[in-house]
Design a binder for this molecule. Structure first.
Ligand code: SF4
Length: 381
């Protein structure tokens, strides 16, 4: 029996970056596989990936698929290189299959030429920014230590022009407990993003995230709860916040928009610049890495989904260990991101325990649930 289909390919178009963030899972994590891969994905590998995605869409009767141009820094592929990749996917898709595009960039190279290209092809643009200048400079610097803040913000300003509203995807902020949460949220709001994606720093039981070794309290929940209270109390919806929107949606019986929450199987596969097929990028932070040994050059996307390591991550509640299965918030939490459950153990690692963020997720979900419940139980005066 075929597994639930993948609907999204994360395409590692360019595997080097023009800045050297010290919290980057690509270069600073346990998996150093990028060193052996081509800097830029060859056109033949782009074409092979497009064919594999088209084949997958036909096999599963999909009417829409998504391609996320990723890196490293994907814009280092140049305007012509990025456009060639986009055209390759459009031309490969069978009739009746819509292909949507997104790009995740640090914003530095987000020129008018790129924006023109993205408008023409409807490419949704997400930019990574960790907050104000001080927050951003804590990690997002050039290799020589120089701040990348001014260039990133200039790129976001170009993206924020009215003509680009249809393609402004939002901002991606990696949580750093050293930054004030509300000040971080409000500094991001100044760029008028339609959505903010707060990303928990990748880590697991073998390589704990900052602030969780030793474990004391729920610092990440506290950080996000401060933002939730500020955001939820605003008289108008200022922006979407993906993790909070997903928690509220799941609490009310809807879907999540992040694979970090909920029990639905992840829909994305990663294709590295040499064609290697991998699961979630966050697995790079585990000692065993994200490698499957499969490639678009020799394997279908269904081969990838049947790989034991990937299949386990897509099993929903059946793939969770006893603690998560018995947890009262498992329908919302879903055990958190698969990679965050990693503990060193048997070959391939042990994912049967809860997330390294378990206490934080439990506290955050409980806070949001209590707030929603209080609102829903209000009676007219
Ligand atoms: S809160 Fe903890 S135990 Fe409950 S589902 Fe999430 S990770 Fe598992």
């Amino acid at each position: 029996m075929l597994a639930a289909p993948a609907r999204e390919v994360v395409l590692k178009l360019h595997e080097r970056c023009n800045i050297a963030c010290d919290h980057c899972y690509m270069y600073e994590a346990a998996d150093q596989g990028w060193r052996a891969r081509p800097m830029r994905m060859p056109a033949t590998t782009v074409a092979r990936t497009a064919d594999r995605l088209a084949e997958h869409a036909r096999t599963h009767g999909l009417d829409a698929v998504r391609v996320v141009l990723h890196g490293g820094e994907p814009l280092l592929a140049g305007v012509a290189g990025v456009e060639a990749a986009i055209r390759t996917f459009i031309e490969a898709m069978p009739a009746g299959v819509r292909v949507e595009f997104a790009v995740q960039t640090n914003g530095i190279l987000l020129t008018e030429s790129f924006l023109d290209l993205f408008r023409r092809h409807g490419v949704r643009v997400g930019v990574s920014l960790d907050g104000d200048r001080a927050a951003n400079d804590r990690h997002r610097r050039y290799a020589n230590g120089r701040s990348s803040y001014d260039e990133a913000v200039a790129g976001i300003a170009r993206l924020g022009q009215p003509v680009n509203q249809p393609i402004y995807g939002g901002l991606l902020c990696t949580v750093d407990l050293a930054n004030d949460p509300v000040a971080t949220y409000e500094s991001l709001l100044e760029h008028r993003p339609p959505r903010i994606d707060f990303l928990l720093p990748h880590g697991n039981w073998a390589f704990p995230p900052p602030g969780l070794a030793p474990r004391t309290g729920t610092p990440y929940a506290d950080w996000l709860i401060a933002i939730f209270d500020r955001w939820y109390a605003a008289p108008v919806l200022e922006t979407e916040i993906r993790i909070l929107d997903s928690i509220m949606s799941l609490l009310l019986g809807g879907p999540a928009t992040t694979e970090m929450l909920g029990l639905r199987p992840p829909s994305a596969v990663v294709v590295e610049s040499d064609g290697t097929l991998e699961g979630n990028d966050a697995l790079k932070t585990t000692a065993d890495g994200a490698a499957t040994g499969l490639s678009v050059h020799t394997n279908t996307l269904d081969d990838m989904l049947a790989h034991p390591a990937i299949a386990q991550a897509r099993q929903g509640i059946e793939g969770l260990g006893p603690q998560c299965r018995a947890c009262p918030v498992v329908g919302v939490c879903g055990g958190g991101l698969h990679a965050h459950r990693y503990a060193a153990g048997s070959a391939g690692g042990d994912f049967s325990g809860p997330s390294v963020y378990c206490d934080d997720l439990f506290a955050l979900i409980g806070h949001v649930r209590n707030r929603l419940a209080a609102d829903l139980s209000r009676t007219p005066a």
